[in-house]
Design a protein around this ligand. Structure first.
Ligand SMILES: Cc1cc2nc3c(=O)[nH]c(=O)nc-3n(C[C@H](O)[C@H](O)[C@H](O)COP(=O)(O)OP(=O)(O)OC[C@H]3O[C@@H](n4cnc5c(N)ncnc54)[C@H](O)[C@@H]3O)c2cc1C
Length: 267
């Protein structure tokens, strides 16, 4: 009979965590647990080992370094919301963090978890895409643009741990999430936009968080807002599901994008 309760390991350092990760067969990393605990309870995943990285000092903290804002993979949203550095260098990330779940989820949920879980509706993911952020792992740096490889699939190799996310500073990003309510709502559509360089990132409208690259090219060349919006409508691949219809998602993406592109930039 397979064991239903996984072995629980809590390393004290990154080195110990990587060592355990490389030696443990069928191991799942746990950060805040806000996605993983749901999956464990539902029996969707049944790992033999759970490796708790929540308290690792190397995965915590927020710092600026050499033109980048670096956020530890296990830093919770509450830390991001309260960080003057994030507010100064990437306020859109604070906005996104404020829309996630409610205070309980914000106290435990992390960027590393949002990335690795790779839901098309992950709210921080369009911000990372529009910022050209990099995912720092224990072995390499992966541009976020190359991170999502399919529905809930990522470029991470087995046993690879996300350590931090690096955001280039100095970008003016605009963010907007549309859900059923202000809190505890999964996105129907979520957008992050940058005018210069032109970046249009949209979540919940395809099997992966998407960059609308053809529309970005139109925006970059100074194309009219209406033109950019029409191209985005063509690039997204929304589906009908319990939260919305594809038609609704297409219309809302167009309306929100139009407003973001014609409204004022954030001061
Ligand atoms: C009630 C509720 C409301 C929610 N609302 C929102 C919302 O509004 N918006 C939103 O985007 N999400 C929402 N979520 C989903 C979840 O909170 C986020 O995706 C969160 O960022 C996950 O982070 P975590 O640290 O809890 O991840 P965990 O649950 O610990 O892990 C999630 C996945 O990532 C892997 N992982 C975690 N950390 C690492 C790492 N450092 N390296 C490699 N792999 C790692 C785990 O193995 C697991 O597969 C909600 C969840 C709940 C239960």
């Amino acid at each position: 009979v397979p064991a239903l309760t996984p072995r629980f390991l809590r390393p004290r350092s990154l080195k110990e965590a990587l060592d355990l990760l490389s030696r443990s067969e069928d191991c799942r990393v746990l950060a805040g647990g806000t996605d993983l605990m749901v999956m464990l309870h539902a029996g969707v995943v049944r790992p033999k080992v759970v490796l708790d990285v929540w308290s690792l000092p190397e995965l915590k903290g927020i710092r600026t370094d050499d033109g980048f804002l670096e956020v530890g993979a296990a830093e919770p949203y509450a830390g991001i919301i309260g960080s003057p550095q994030v507010e100064r260098h990437c306020p859109a990330l604070v906005e996104a963090a404020r829309t996630i779940g409610a205070v309980q989820i914000q106290s435990r949920g992390t960027l590393g978890g949002n990335l690795a879980n790779a839901s098309p509706a992950g709210d921080t993911l369009p911000v990372m895409l529009a910022a050209d952020a990099e995912v720092v792992t224990d072995r390499r740096r992966i541009p976020v643009a190359e991170f999502f490889t399919g529905y809930r699939k990522t470029a991470l190799s087995p046993g690879e741990l996300i350590v931090a996310v690096r955001f280039p500073v100095g970008r003016q990003l605009l963010f907007r999430k549309v859900g059923t309510r202000a809190a505890q709502a999964i996105s129907k559509v979520v957008l992050a936009v940058c005018r210069e360089p032109a970046r249009i990132a949209v979540g919940s409208v395809a099997e992966v968080p998407l960059r609308a690259k053809r529309a970005e090219a139109v925006l970059e060349k100074g194309g009219k807002t209406g033109e950019v919006v029409e191209v985005v409508k063509d690039e997204i691949r929304p589906i009908d599901d319990v939260r919305s219809t594809a038609e609704y998602r297409r219309a809302v993406t167009a309306n929100v994008l139009r407003r973001l592109l014609t409204g004022p930039t954030r001061a």
